[in-house]
Design a protein around this ligand. Structure first.
Ligand code: GLU
Ligand code: ZN
Length: 494
């Protein structure tokens, strides 16, 4: 049997980490088992629908390099793959259930249902929900409602006795008493729109879906879906509800923990390979120890059996660590292109960069690469080249264990060693050695010499390596900034 899986998001918000994880698991499972990955847009909720979310869905999958075998844009044998283009079909199937006695028309007004709910709440009734008022209408009663022009909904007849079990390959058997399944849920609304349950079950069946991998929050819908499959006389697919994605505090991942939308991650400058690698490890592992996986590897080695039962923890720091790794692994030429938009947006270089600006970026990238966790780090790391805002707080120049006095000496003597060394073309390593000896002579730590130089040159305590900074800035500008810093410290020491 060929594996057919789907990612079936509702375009009611931006793609987030949890959704992307669902997409990746489905995609990798399809690829590694020689099956097909289907994209289906579940846009039946027209009130919460937005074009922006749909665009964001396509952009996210494109950016990740996840291609769907069937779905919107590419088409396929079971199309259309956008639910709003399939409404006629849902009506047809719902009406068939009515004819088979598995569902019925309900003409209750919103007012009646509201009153019913209020009564149930007031009487603290154990029984909540629709009272099956229209379950056994006679033909005459129905005809009368129709004459009044009332548009009915179609409700599923949920058995009041017995139990329904569905099997989940991770969670085992999940059983509910039928009387606890929501009483006679609406399948088709009065305006002809299907509800999620109806459209989801019909499409999974018609699209030949063999495995449903989706978030655990859909487990409560499981028994109802099984009842629907039974009502239609269809075989349900295999279920695999995925472990939750948690923050480090054990709570469901949410905006409280940080960004969750992929758009935010893209904008901050995470690389697709880092997101793919790390997000796949949230709730899945090959052998419990291998950490680095390329997309191509995952397309081969992903096994459904290796999905964890326990919730997965999304650790932002760990993602940064992966991203730093992938930035370092990035070809310089690609990295130049990737950082360019950040430099343009910061106003550091023009929208149509000149040859000189491009040359500068070519020098900047290898210097910054080791120190970047996200692409946007290029902006703070390189700001000193483009905007000159000297540090006027003398304390910032002082390394731990140094005071204003020896920091001034370190800067004066250090700059002599540095600048004369550079002018004479001494090796960087040699200059560094001399600066270290200076520190020893002054009785301060190595950083007692390097920190004031770094702050003087780059206006910051975190920056690019010293010699890279100087080479990007030019000797003349470097000298000017060091002398300025000496002035700042002298004024302070007076
Ligand atoms: N449209 C649902 C969602 O947004 C799909 C759930 C499912 O995969 O069945 O998550
Ligand atoms: Zn009714």
């Amino acid at each position: 049997m060929e594996v057919r899986v789907r990612y079936a998001p509702s375009p009611t918000g931006l793609q987030h980490i949890g959704g992307v994880r669902t997409a990746l698991f489905n995609y990798f499972f399809a690829r590694s088992s020689g099956g097909r990955f289907i994209l289906r847009v579940e846009d039946t909720d027209r009130e919460r629908y937005s074009d922006e979310s749909l665009d964001d869905l396509y952009q996210t999958l494109d950016w990740l390099g996840i291609k769907w075998d069937e779905g919107p844009v590419v088409g396929g044998p079971c199309g259309p793959y956008i639910q709003s283009e399939r409404f006629e079909l849902y009506r047809k199937y719902a009406e068939q259930l009515v004819r088979d006695g598995k569902a019925y028309y309900c003409y209750c007004s919103p007012e009646r249902l509201e009153k019913l709910r209020a009564e149930q709440v007031a009487s603290k009734s154990e029984y909540q929900g629709y009272d099956r008022h229209c379950a056994d209408l006679t033909d005459e009663e129905r005809a009368e409602y129709e004459r009044q022009g009332i548009k009915p909904v179609i409700r599923l007849k949920v058995p009041t006795e017995g139990k329904t079990t569905f099997h989940d390959i991770l969670m085992g058997d999940i059983t509910r008493r039928n009387r606890d399944v929501s009483p006679d849920p609406i399948l088709l609304k009065s305006d002809g729109f299907p509800t999620y349950h109806l459209a989801n079950v019909i499409d999974d069946h018609l699209m030949g879906i063999t495995h449903i991998m989706r978030a655990q929050e859909w487990i409560p819908s499981g028994p109802l879906h099984i009842l629907l499959y039974e009502a239609f006389g269809w075989e349900p697919p295999v279920y695999c509800h995925l472990p939750m994605v948690m923050g480090k505090d054990g709570q469901k991942l949410s905006k409280r923990h940080g960004s969750t939308s992929l758009r935010d991650f893209r904008e901050k400058g995470y690389l697709p390979e880092a997101i793919i690698n790390y997000v796949t490890l949230v709730g899945w592992s090959l052998d419990g120890s291998t950490e680095f996986f390329s997309k191509e590897e995952l397309e081969k080695c992903f096994r459904i059996e290796n999905i964890h039962k326990a919730p997965g923890v999304f650790d932002y720091k760990k993602l940064d660590w992966f991203n730093g790794y992938y930035i370092r692994a990035c070809e310089n030429s690609r990295l130049e292109e990737l950082v360019l938009p950040y430099l343009v947006k910061a106003g550091f270089i023009g929208e149509n960069p000149s040859e000189d600006e491009l040359e500068l970026v070519r020098k900047l990238v290898p210097a910054a690469k080791e120190r970047m966790k996200v692409l946007s780090d290029i902006v703070p790391l390189s700001a000193f080249i483009f905007v000159d805002e000297p540090v006027v707080d003398a304390a910032v120049y002082c390394a731990k264990g140094s005071d204003a006095d020896n920091t001034l000496s370190a800067l004066e003597k250090g700059s002599e060693i540095l600048l004369s060394g550079l002018k004479e073309g001494r090796e960087y390593g040699k200059i560094e050695e001399d600066l270290s000896s200076l520190a020893a002579g002054l009785g301060v730590k190595v950083n007692g010499v390097f920190q004031p130089l770094r702050v003087a040159i780059t206006n910051s305590t975190v920056s690019l390596p010293l010699f890279d900074s100087i080479s990007l800035l030019g000797l003349e500008e470097t000298e000017k900034r060091i002398n300025r810093a000496i002035g700042i410290l002298e004024a302070k020491n007076e």
